[in-house]
Design a protein around this ligand. Structure first.
Ligand code: FES
Length: 154
């Protein structure tokens, strides 16, 4: 990314979300970008951005614990404890398949359920580029009427 001089606008699609040091201090920050509610979080020296409302029932992800499960760093939704990977928005769960010859408990994936966005940083400024993955992702449902209408069409 190119340096941005005094008064210059960031490149199209890039949204300035704050100064790095402020976001680190805050750890979790709420932003609305293009009408979309986003959680920007800083954990173990990495920034992540994902849809603010949990894909399951709109739970407040900003209050979720962050833990590693199956080698993936996840936020645990405080409402029903669903685990969502920070990097991919994948929902994972632990279960036993009774049809396995020797049923053992292991991790399964429900796939990508939470929309995640790209975070970049230049000279202490932090930007988010919204995901433009075209298919419906479950967390879209909690991002206004368009998301709700898309789910109804499915
Ligand atoms: Fe997040 Fe149910 S609302 S797990």
């Amino acid at each position: 990314m190119e340096d941005r001089g005094e008064g210059e606008e960031p490149a199209a699609g890039l949204h300035f979300v704050g100064m790095k040091e402020d976001l680190i201090k805050a750890k979790r920050s709420f932003r609305t970008l293009e009408g979309r509610d986003i959680l920007v979080l800083y954990h173990q020296e990495i920034f992540y951005a994902l849809d603010f409302h949990c894909y399951h029932a709109g739970g407040p992800l900003q209050n979720g614990d962050i833990e590693e499960f199956d080698g993936k760093l996840c936020i645990v939704c405080p409402k029903h404890k669903y685990k969502i990977s920070l990097a991919e928005g994948e929902s994972i769960y632990r279960a036993t398949n009774p049809y396995d010859p020797v049923p053992t408990t292991r991790w399964y994936s429900k796939g990508i359920k939470q929309r995640v966005h790209t975070v970049t940083e230049t000279d202490g400024d932090v930007y988010v580029t919204l995901s433009h993955m075209s298919r419906f992702i479950e967390s879209d449902y909690f991002q206004g009427e368009k998301g709700k209408a898309e789910r109804e069409r499915m």
